[in-house]
Design a protein. Structure first.
Length: 198
């Protein structure tokens, strides 16, 4: 059922059109084509949803159905009221498109920060961190003051518009000064290279 975290939308549109074909200004009547398109219609139906499955998972779905109907009619004369000659015909066309997608987003933890009670002592702690603020670093170091192992992702190196290393330098320096063993992973780093750096 819809609630404060979920969104559901249904969209339907219909367009109807028709058109005629003017006579050619230089061709004789015998060479003219007496055509019209009395139907040029489209229907579109979209179903969109965003559903929070729990605190750590969100499902987004997109489904659509598009239909198209077109009719070309050719007549005997410019009054367009008879279809007895060989050149007269009706040419209907139908088309339909169906599609959809589903996207499941998972968060590795329901927590949104690094605050909380001290982490267990006497055990190795391995932290894998993306772009973190100074506040996040301080929270992590406070929770495990004896240090641990940290893999820092130099997130700027994955940005095609920038790609320059260095975004993790401040965090790496602060953690090393607090007794942590730190490896910095850049775009293209292999797991074995990062592990060897710890």
């Amino acid at each position: 059922m819809p609630n404060g975290t979920d969104e559901y939308a249904i969209s339907y549109t219909r367009q109807e059109g028709e058109k005629g074909a003017p006579l050619h200004v230089t061709d004789p009547i015998s060479a003219q084509r007496f055509w019209n398109w009395p139907a040029w219609n489209t229907d579109s139906l979209y179903l969109l949803s965003t559903t929070a499955l729990d605190d750590m998972a969100t499902l987004k779905t997109r489904f659509y159905r598009n239909t198209f109907y077109n009719l070309l009619r050719a007549f005997d004369n410019r009054n367009e009221n008879t279809q007895t000659l060989g050149r007269a015909f009706n040419s209907p066309y139908w088309d339909e498109a169906l599609g959809g997608s589903a996207e499941l987003t998972l968060r590795p933890s329901a927590r949104e920060d690094l605050t909380g009670p001290d982490l267990p002592t006497g055990r190795d702690v391995v932290a894998v961190l993306g772009a973190v603020t100074a506040s996040h670093r301080e929270h992590l170091m406070a929770r495990h003051p004896k240090g641990g192992y940290a893999v820092l992702l130099d997130t700027a190196t994955w940005d095609p518009a920038d790609g320059r290393p260095g975004s993790a330098d401040a965090a790496a320096s602060a953690l090393r000064n607090a007794g942590w063993t730190v490896a910095v992973a850049v775009a293209g780093s292999t797991p074995d290279r990062v592990w060897d750096a710890l």
